[in-house]
Every structure is written in structure tokens, then in C-alpha cells.
Design a protein. Structure first.
Length: 216
């Protein structure tokens, strides 16, 4: 009976692939339990680069807990109402609305992702309407007890309808705190934000708002 070398080769190759896959997925308790070029991650031997990518993703999207609110994903949106104060020689307080969001980009440290963020508002001070816009970068911290903290700096500008006024530009600062509201929805958090924009042409803008945040 002739030997079927093709069948033997296929069986041998299949066994080799199975053994290789099993080796890559070997269970472990520490890095020393794994073969060369592998490390122990969550009880399984993986390639060193795979664990680095996994660790980075874990810190950017740190938890799937149903009580974590906006901590659950790297993407946060927010909106709310509040008080704005425009200073340009004289000060003028205003009611306003705002909306914005942030996305985690890379991990600066295991607990501190770099974020890109933006915010746009509509305010109604005496004598006109303002449209503050901010686009910037910052950091996100999810380990401050139940709350989540965001802070950042941004390019800011403020289109407005004041008679004869320019559109001032400058630098804006932002601080945000979010508190999970799992009793309403796992992705929902209460939100408060404070900020100040240092603008050209003698303008400045202070904002204090409250509202809600959502994990996308």
C-alpha cells in the first residue's frame, strides 16, 4: 500500500500549528512561566508587544463596570447650562449653554491618559451674544474615588455680536469633574466644569457650568 505523503504532511503541519497555538496560550502566574519573547498577562502567556498594547488600552478605557458612568469608555460627551462672565473693561454676566467632549489618546502613565477635548458654548451677556469655542489637549484621571477628573488647556476664540467688537483669541483653561449616576444609566454621570479664557483685545471669559456627561 503506497504511503500518502500529502496526508502525513498535512497531519504533521496541523499538529505543529496546534502545538504553537497552545504554547502561545499557555497558562502562567508570572513572566518566568512563559517562553522566550513572551510575558504573563491575565494568566496567559502572550507576546511582549501584545501585553503592552493591552495595558495601554486598559488604562485608556479602564473599566466596564456598570456603576462607573463616564469612566467606562475612552469617549466622553457632555452638555449643560451655567454662568459666563465676559470681562472687557467692564464685566457682564450671562446665562449660557454649552456642549463638548473628550477622547483618550495615549497613556502618559498607567493611570493618566492624554486626551483631546473641545467645547462650544452660547452665552447671552448684556449687549450681545457670545459663542466661545475651545479645542485643546489635557489629561484624564479616573482613580479619585467615585469621581472622574479632566483638566486641559486649549486654543480659544470667542465670536460675538457686540457692536464693533473684534473676535478675540487666546488660551483657555478647563477643569471638569464627573460623578457616576448608575441608578439612571450605566453610561451617565453628573458633570460640573469651570474654566477661564485669556483672550486678546482685553477680553477674558469665566465659565461655571453644570450638566451631564455620557460615555460613548
Amino acid at each position: 500500500m503506497p504511503v500518502n505523503w500529502k496526508s502525513i504532511s498535512a497531519v504533521t503541519l496541523g499538529a505543529a500549528l496546534f502545538a504553537s497555538a497552545a504554547a502561545e496560550a499557555a497558562s502562567c502566574e508570572k513572566d518566568a512561566d512563559c517562553s522566550s519573547g513572551q510575558v504573563c498577562s491575565n494568566g496567559t502567556c502572550v507576546k511582549r508587544a501584545s501585553r503592552a498594547a493591552s495595558d495601554a488600552a486598559s488604562s485608556v478605557a479602564p473599566t466596564e463596570s456598570l456603576i462607573a458612568g463616564t469612566k467606562r469608555t475612552p469617549y466622553i460627551g457632555w452638555g449643560g447650562i451655567g454662568f459666563y462672565n465676559v470681562s472687557a473693561g467692564n464685566s457682564s454676566g450671562a446665562f449660557g449653554l454649552h456642549a463638548g467632549g473628550a477622547v483618550s489618546l495615549i497613556s502618559l502613565t498607567p493611570e493618566l491618559p492624554l486626551i483631546a477635548w473641545g467645547d462650544v458654548a452660547l452665552g447671552f451677556p448684556t449687549g450681545g451674544t457670545i459663542f466661545p469655542i475651545k479645542l485643546g489637549a489635557g489629561v484624564r484621571y479616573d482613580r479619585a474615588g467615585p469621581v472622574q477628573l479632566l483638566g486641559g488647556v486649549a486654543f480659544a476664540f470667542m465670536p460675538n455680536t457686540f457692536s464693533g467688537a473684534p473676535t478675540p483669541v487666546g488660551v483657555g483653561l478647563m477643569g471638569t469633574v464627573l460623578y457616576p449616576l448608575p441608578q439612571l444609566h450605566p453610561n451617565l454621570s453628573a458633570q460640573a466644569q469651570i474654566g477661564y479664557d485669556f483672550l486678546s483685545d482685553g477680553f477674558g471669559l469665566f465659565g461655571l457650568t453644570v450638566g451631564a456627561g455620557w460615555a460613548f
